[in-house]
Ligand binder design. Structure first.
Ligand SMILES: Cc1cc2nc3c(=O)[nH]c(=O)nc-3n(C[C@H](O)[C@H](O)[C@H](O)COP(=O)(O)OP(=O)(O)OC[C@H]3O[C@@H](n4cnc5c(N)ncnc54)[C@H](O)[C@@H]3O)c2cc1C
Length: 525
């Protein structure tokens, strides 16, 4: 391919052909996967995409767009198939419009959580940034396109989409039923008239998304975090209470609910026995009686908070559980006291406070990198704690994230299944469940390994494969897939469904220019 032809429309400095730069920067990944790409094009303007697509058609090759390429644990910046030109859209990072009255923002693919947060802060706009555990430097659009889930409301990020603009392989532009994509009415009315097609562009490879209008959650007067420690297995009465709390309070006044296993909590904080003080050993004895930590955020006016807390306390007290509910000012007060007395030399107490702070920030729409620390083997070796990047920092992680109904039978069944495989392959059960509705959890199972150790890698990969196959057999279907398990590789799949997806691909992108293999079977040559 003669990339010089592109230099008329794109600055040649942004056409990356140097294999070392490509390998070190774009191909670094947490799955230890090898994919070959001939070039990376750093796109700054929408008009450049038309030239790239024309070039791809002429040269009969494919392109693979990424927003910021931080799809860590699911494929990072890597294409599903070999020989695609990688389109890095992180430089297309304009905030195109913001309607302060309704909180509808129109953004390009490279806009990150951090950028949005700063924009809202600078202009004093009272809306929350949709935060995730992946941190400030991840895009909003790439995350939405993967059906990402967040900590602040609106947790199911795809739910916030109001309009989008997409370019197809033949250069045609889709902007919904109404003309002028993300303008006026189209931005305010989610569905348009006639069949709603926008959602066909999530988890698919039908086009390149060049802008989206999304709804932001208004900043409430008060935000508090609720935590509850649980003993033993997950009970049906707990599930009923969690369901009732969510139904009664509603998503306007609470975040999603997380149920984190204590092992994951300890891993986050990388606490080892050697760090423990006398107080810690006593605390740990108490802590070992517990197995799960429930946490979520609540939102409202001071008056409303009183009723929300009353509902929560009533529901939990019926289970003989005592929730701790804490606001940022209260946290800061206790943290101040804790610092004065060095937290009684207790690592656990200090880490619990740091966890509360992380949760409060995330629920308040303030992106931090705290969640990423989960995948670092040795946090002490980190030179800087800003700009964590698990791909570049050689972290080994494969995510497995199936859907699990919110009832004790399914939750315990999945827990037993997952821990059996994790133990078999000597991985810790760092499992956490997060609701995406009052009836459904997404389980997040990080399979961590040391990338420098080949045996570890093999164990992690086999663990993932077995877990995926057995979970599918037991009816636990992932909500999102890594590039190693796209439909062609799925051990069990609904053939008629994927055949329909292939037919749609023929409609949108018959030359298979865009992201071959991503959530769509590869064409048979
Ligand atoms: C410790 C840890 C915690 C995490 N926590 C979360 C979490 O809480 N919630 C969550 O959802 N994820 C989480 N992740 C997973 C992941 O890192 C995030 O989802 C991240 O936001 C995805 O990366 P990105 O935004 O850069 O998207 P990208 O990598 O840019 O995009 C993802 C995929 O979407 C497609 N795509 C992207 N942009 C376009 C476009 N413009 N047009 C067409 N297709 C496109 C591409 O196929 C791309 O591979 C976590 C990962 C780690 C390691």
């Amino acid at each position: 391919m003669d990339f010089r032809k592109l230099e008329n429309s794109i600055d040649k400095k942004r056409i990356i052909l140097d294999s070392k730069t490509i390998k070190d920067y774009y191909l670094a990944n947490t799955l230890n996967r090898d994919v070959s790409i001939p070039a990376v094009i750093q796109v700054l303007y929408k008009k450049e995409l038309f030239s790239v697509l024309e070039f791809a058609r002429e040269n009969r090759c494919s392109v693979y767009p990424i927003s910021t390429g931080h799809n860590w644990g699911y494929g990072c910046a890597l294409p599903v198939a070999d020989h695609c030109i990688l389109l890095d859209l992180s430089g297309m990072n304009q905030i195109l419009a913001f309607d302060e009255r309704f909180g509808i923002i129109t953004i390009e693919p490279g806009v990150t959580q951090k950028q949005l947060y700063e924009f809202l802060e600078i202009h004093d706009y009272a809306y929350l940034t949709p935060t995730t555990g992946a941190g400030p430097n991840c895009s909003l659009i790439g995350n939405i396109l993967e059906h990402g889930i967040g900590l602040a409301p609106i947790a199911d990020h795809a739910d916030s989409v109001y309009a989008m603009e997409v370019i197809f392989g033949n250069g045609e532009v889709y902007s919904g039923c109404m003309p002028d994509t993300c303008t006026s009415l189209n931005k305010l009315y989610k569905w348009s008239v006639g069949p709603h097609l926008d959602f066909l562009f999530l988890q698919s490879n039908f086009g390149i998304v060049t802008q989206m209008s999304i709804r932001l959650f208004p900043k409430p007067q008060k935000i508090e975090v609720v935590t509850v420690l649980l003993r033993g297995n997950i009970s049906e009465s707990l599930c009923e209470s969690l369901n009732q709390i969510q139904q009664e309070i509603g998503s306007q006044h609470m975040s999603n609910v997380s149920l984190m296993h204590l092992q994951r909590f300890l891993q986050f904080n990388q606490v080892t026995d050697e760090d423990f003080s006398f107080i810690d050993r006593r605390l740990l004895k108490t802590l070992h009686q517990y197995s799960w930590l429930v946490f979520f955020g609540i939102y409202g006016s001071p008056l409303m908070m009183k009723s929300l807390k009353a509902i929560i306390k009533q529901r939990f007290s019926a289970l003989h559980l005592r929730p701790i509910i804490i606001s940022m000012p209260r946290y800061l007060f206790w943290d101040h006291i804790g610092n004065i007395c060095h937290y009684g030399n207790s690592v656990l107490l200090k880490n619990y406070f740091s966890f509360i702070q992380t949760a409060l920030l995330a629920f308040s729409g303030i992106p931090t990198e705290q969640g990423l620390k989960l995948v670092y083997q040795d946090l002490n070796s980190l030179k800087s704690t800003t700009m964590l990047n698990p791909s570049l920092d050689q972290c080994g992680i494969i995510w497995f994230s199936p859907l699990v109904p919110l009832d004790a039978v399914h939750l315990n069944q999945f827990w037993e299944l997952a821990t059996a495989f994790l133990e078999q392959y000597e991985r810790k059960p760092l499992i956490s469940f997060t609701t995406i509705s009052p009836y459904l959890f997404i389980a997040s199972v990080p399979i961590l390994y040391n990338k420098l150790d080949k045996k570890e890698l093999k164990k992690a990969q086999e663990c993932y494969k077995s877990l995926l196959a057995h979970s599918l057999e037991s009816g636990f279907h992932p909500y999102r897939l890594g590039i190693q398990s796209m439909p062609d590789q799925l051990p069990q799949r609904n053939l008629s469904y994927w055949s329909l997806v292939s037919q749609l691909k023929q409609v949108f992108d018959p030359e298979h220019i865009i992201s071959p293999g991503r959530y769509c079977p590869l064409p048979i040559l």
